[in-house]
Design a protein around this ligand. Structure first.
Ligand code: CA2
Length: 140
């Protein structure tokens, strides 16, 4: 069972900056925990700050993998192209946001991804990735 975790722009800074919003754990540390917890899952992690690279990766894994956990970062609110990429693939996508985007600025309430995703997990911190993996691996 193959699960891809794809993180968008600036999420490489997790644990280093804005800890009040995004927590103090790096994604690398959290990823080590996930791999330990779901030993039967073959994980692939990808992070990019570049919109087209994220789309290339979504297309690359989007037909063969069991599921994609996607946090598109700020592109969530701007990228029609990432939404189109999700609509084009066959692998289910769970959208994850660490912070509660609905409790922040107005522009963060818009997502070009939510309607194309199987579902969204918002505002539960890094635990959201865990819950997304749980959903995607259930009954597989
Ligand atoms: O809450 C989320 O997961 C977001 O996708 C994070 C994006 C933000 O633009 C979305 O509205 C919500 C920002 C990612 C920035 O990540 C940082 C992490 C640590 C330090 C600085 C930025």
């Amino acid at each position: 069972m193959k699960i891809a975790i794809i993180n968008g722009p600036n999420l490489n800074l997790l644990g280093q900056r804005e800890k009040g919003i995004y927590g103090n754990m790096s994604f690398e540390d959290y990823f080590a925990y996930l791999k330990e917890k779901y030993k039967h899952v073959q994980f692939h992690y990808y992070q990019s700050n570049v919109e087209g690279e994220l789309i290339n990766e979504i297309q690359r894994v989007g037909y063969e993998y069991t599921g994609i956990v996607l946090n598109p970062g700020g592109y969530t609110h701007t990228s029609v192209a990432i939404g189109d990429a999700i609509a084009a693939i066959t692998t289910p996508v769970v959208e994850v946001h660490i912070s509660n985007v609905h409790a922040r600025e107005e522009f963060r309430k818009i997502s070009h991804v939510s309607a194309k995703a199987a579902g969204s997990i918002i505002g539960l911190g890094l635990k959201g990735y865990d819950l997304a993996v749980e959903y995607l691996t259930d009954n597989k």
